[in-house]
Design a binder for this molecule. Structure first.
Ligand code: ADP
Ligand code: MG
Length: 347
């Protein structure tokens, strides 16, 4: 049974757009609030509110228009989400987002469950790095606001610390993993504890940005099972509602480490739109709007390639073969390294 419900989405980028499209497919209306007046989700939502995320009046208007609230990015102040949650249910819950949006809290939570991450330390000063020399070569990452490698510095030795760094932000220093492979697992968990797990996805990054995702991932049965079980455990411990992604590193010795959790739909899951009967986006909308869980079935193996920057123009003119699906995010400004679209090919 379709219900006459409206989902509020904070953030108007490609993830918001794809959530709106999924919602439309199952008869759910959407209201998007975005601080980008060109936010592409305005092409797909029923109502678009252009506003900063701290403008109380607009947040109230947004909240009044919707039945449930979700978000497409994690960098939203806890207070903002919590205030909305008092009036309309926000999924994933603001408390989950508060943990995951901060790398230190996230790693402490994961390690607290007895799950391995790469060795790491909390860093507030140059001295802290010197004290943790054993983590070099490593990557210094800001605790908050990082994405696509933003806010990250590779440190081969103490000498790589730049004089101008004032350490006004909090950081973590993570040991560099001798990577064999990266994979991710996408899980959607519903309010009643039921869940759908997608098979592990293999991810190839270039300069810290996702370049390609594919299924099936070329991994051992052991890693396959371990990665699914870990994602399930994490979602249960968080009492998670919605779609979540766990990113993993596999090192050359076949160790599996959790890299990070994304409390949202994820770029590596874009191939689920064409390769499964129910995409990560539809599953997210279903879980957040408290609809029934449906069995997820794979249709095909697939490969997804991100299209960055100017490269989008090559695809806009192209003709596509059967089994190729091109997604143009309809972003007005083309910027180098900006995710402009993707193409999924069924294999
Ligand atoms: P973001 O929030 O930008 O996605 P990540 O921590 O996932 O940040 O880093 C982005 C990418 O950089 C990873 O997918 C991986 O390719 C590389 N990377 C990050 N940390 C490490 C590490 N400790 N060892 C090896 N590679 C890493
Ligand atoms: Mg990442």
């Amino acid at each position: 049974m379709l219900k006459d419900q409206t989902l509020g989405i904070i953030g108007g980028g490609q993830l918001g757009s794809m959530m709106c499209q999924a919602a439309k497919k199952i008869g759910i209306k959407t209201v998007v609030i975005s601080d980008d007046k060109d936010g592409p989700a305005q092409n797909y939502c029923d109502k678009f509110i252009y506003s900063n995320y701290d403008k109380l009046e607009n947040l109230q208007k947004f909240t009044q228009l919707v039945d449930f609230v979700t978000y497409e990015f994690e960098n939203i102040p806890f207070k903002t989400l919590n205030n909305i949650n008092i009036i309309k249910p926000v999924f994933p819950s603001p408390k989950i987002n508060q943990i995951v949006q901060n790398r230190q809290r996230e790693k402490m939570f994961i390690n607290g469950l007895g799950i391995k991450t790469t060795p790491w330390a909390f860093i507030k000063s140059k001295e802290d790095i010197k004290k943790n020399k054993n983590l070099l070569p490593g990557i210094l990452k800001t605790c908050t606001l990082g994405y696509d490698g933003h806010g990250q510095h590779i440190l081969n030795s103490i000498k790589d610390i730049k004089k101008e760094w004032c350490f006004s932000d909090n950081y973590i220093l993570e040991k560099l993993v001798d990577l064999k492979k990266e994979i991710s697992v996408i899980i959607t968990r519903f309010n009643n504890g039921s869940y759908s797990l997608y098979e592990p996805i293999e991810n190839i990054h270039k300069k810290q940005i996702l370049e390609k995702s594919l299924i099936p991932a070329d991994i051992s049965q052991n890693i396959y099972e371990q990665s699914l079980n870990t994602a399930k455990d994490i979602s249960e411990k968080l009492n998670y509602v919605g779609t979540m992604c766990v990113e993993y590193f596999i090192d050359k010795k076949q160790n599996l480490f959790v890299n990070e959790i994304a409390p949202r739909v994820h770029n590596s899951g874009h191939l689920t739109i064409n390769a499964f009967n129910i995409s990560q986006f539809e599953n997210h909308v279903r879980a957040v709007c408290d609809l029934d869980i449906l069995p997820v079935k794979k249709i095909s193996n697939a490969e997804m390639i991100n299209i960055l920057g100017n490269n989008i123009n090559n695809y806009r003119e192209k003709s596509f073969k059967n089994g190729e699906f091109f997604f143009d995010y309809l972003k007005k400004n083309i910027k180098e390294k900006r995710k402009m679209g993707h193409i999924t090919t069924l294999k």
